[in-house]
Unconditional design. Structure first.
Length: 405
């Protein structure tokens, strides 16, 4: 029997993650609740359904294609290309009406305080452990707050504060969706968060959300879109120095992606000049992450986007060295440095970096970084005998580690 492509892909994706069919059934149940507020049949029934899908005896019907794509962290079109037509795209739904948000205790000043404290705790968890596991919780926090607003379930006099806090919660959830490689969800969440921040009159958070949108556009290879967002903000003028630096970075990356090297690096030089100014009272608190390490990494990525991989190595290495503590940021920079070294065919220099990556791979759950590393492992393996044997062996070990982490 010739299995359909999607059936083979389902089984392959499951086995690459070292999941059993029961594991997938459990994850389907969780995804259905987290993303659609719905209940599914028993896990035993789901396991039987998955067995039939993988054997090609039946094909998934809605809502299962969307839920399976969420479980595997893929776009639905990647997983079920043969089942989806261009005229019937299925968007990721992240706007569930939570009954506790609608019918529970009205939000008050204590709730807004708790919400802001929760946001900070989520940011700390993401910094230490990555977005994979933290994303569902951050999304639930955002859903509840935004649902209370939509239903009018709050006490008098706090609407603006609640809108502002909910907008910030949405920005955090959108970031974690991005780190978990769920880019459609990230885009939807950040657009909802942007609306709330505008309603609250929170221009500082609105700028953060626009920076996130521009970042997503770059990641999805939409440089013209990223450039328009950055230019629109920069043209307003009067930005605090570090905010201007962030949007000049977005502008520089977009121009480099479009092949405009001179203007791209001019924008990055402006960002470096703005960053040299110390944080002042006009800089929103959230700009703390735009530092010398972050800027060096973006300069390296601009070289990479221009195909200048050897020039990309030094600034990315600088970013990596500056991130001496463990956590998601160091793991990400290590992965990017390994990617640059492999592209530059600097095999010996890559050997200690892949060891550093493997030491962190089991500690940080970042699907976007893991997926990058799988592509790097592919490149090492396809290079064949031109690599060192140590690096080739490490690439195989890294692949196994990522599959089962």
């Amino acid at each position: 029997m010739n299995l359909p492509t999607w059936a083979r892909r389902l089984k392959t994706e499951r086995l690459e993650r070292c999941w059993s069919q029961k594991d997938v059934a459990r994850r389907l149940t969780e995804a259905a609740y987290e993303h659609a507020g719905m209940s599914l049949p028993s896990r035993e029934s789901l396991t039987r359904m998955l067995r039939d899908w993988e054997a090609g005896r039946a094909r998934p019907r809605p809502p299962y294609p969307r839920l399976l794509a969420l479980v595997f962290g893929l776009d639905e079109s990647e997983l079920f290309e043969s089942l989806i037509t261009p005229d019937s795209p299925v968007p990721v739904d992240v706007s569930v009406h939570d009954p506790f948000a609608l019918n529970g205790r009205p939000a008050d000043t204590d709730y807004v305080t708790m919400l802001r404290q929760t946001i900070q705790a989520l940011v700390a968890l993401d910094g230490a452990h990555g977005g994979n596991e933290v994303f569902p919780l951050s999304l639930r926090v955002f859903r509840i707050a935004s649902a209370k607003l939509a239903a009018g379930n709050f006490t008098a006099g706090i609407e603006r504060d609640l809108e502002a806090a909910a907008g910030e919660a949405g920005e955090v959830a959108a970031w974690m969706a991005y780190d978990a490689d769920r880019h459609d969800a990230s885009r939807q969440i950040i657009q909802e968060a942007l609306m709330l921040s505008r309603l609250a009159g929170d221009r500082g958070m609105e700028l953060f959300e626009l920076a996130h949108l521009s970042m997503l556009s770059l990641y999805r290879h939409r440089p013209r879109e990223a450039l328009r967002i950055a230019d629109d903000v920069l043209n307003d003028g009067g930005l605090p120095p570090r905010v201007a630096a962030i949007f000049d970075v977005r502008r520089g990356r977009a121009l480099a992606t479009m092949g405009d090297r001179p203007r791209g690096f001019d924008a990055l030089r402006r960002a470096r000049s703005a960053l040299a100014e110390s944080i002042n009272t006009r800089d929103p608190y959230w700009t703390w992450w735009m530092d010398e390490a972050e800027l060096a990494w973006h300069e390296g990525m601009a070289h990479a986007e221009l195909g200048e991989w050897r020039q990309a190595v030094a600034p990315i290495a600088e970013a990596f060295v500056r991130r001496s503590i463990r956590g998601r940021s160091r793991y990400q920079y290590a992965a990017q440095l390994l990617n640059a070294l492999v592209h530059a065919q600097a095999w010996r220099e890559a050997e200690p970096i892949i060891v550093d990556v493997m030491e962190q791979a089991g500690e940080v759950g970042s699907a976007r970084t893991a997926n990058l590393l799988l592509r790097v492992a592919d490149r090492i393996e396809h290079a064949g005998t031109s690599t060192t044997s140590t690096l080739a062996d490490s690439a195989q070990d890294l692949r196994r580690m990522l599959a089962c982490s």
